[in-house]
Design a protein around this ligand. Sequence first.
Ligand SMILES: [Cu+2]
Length: 161
Amino acid sequence: MPRFSPLLSVILLLSALAGSPSAKAQSSITVDEPWARATVPQQKVSGAFMRLTAQRDARLLRVDTPIAGVVEIHEMKMDGDVMRMRAVNGLELPAKRTVELRPGGYHLMLMDLRQPLTAGQTISLQLTIENRDGTRERIEVQAQVRGMAGNSTGQSMPHKH
Ligand SMILES: [Cu+2]
C-alpha cells in the first residue's frame, strides 16, 4: 500500500477543493435548455425559452441581448376562449421550483431583431436576477436557435402585438 508524502496530500486536497461544487457556485440560479426560435425572412420578433431554477426566492427582472432592440418577458393567458399574451414586469422564481419558459406559456419576446435567427446558431442572453434581499446578479446564457421543423414543442405561437 503506497503512502502519500505530506506534500502530495496537500496537492490532492487542493485539487479536491478546486473541483468541489461550492468552489464554483457563483450563481443561485440554474438555467436548463435555453433555446430560441429560428425566424423566417423579414420576421422581426421571436421567442426564447428555458427552464429556471432558483436556490433562493428570486425574480427575473430583465433580459438583454445584443441581437434584439427590446426583450420583454411575456405571459400567455386565456382571455375567454382566446389565448393572449402580455408583457409582465418580472417573473417570480420561487426557491427550488423550476419555472418553465416555453411556447404557449411564459416566454422571452425578442423584438426589433437586428439579424435573422438561423437554426444551429447560438445567441447570448443576459438575465438580470433580483434576489429577495434586493441584490442583483447577471447571468450569461447561451441559447441555441432551433427551427420549427422536427421540434415537438414548436407549435406556432399566436403573436399579435
Ligand atoms: Cu410574446
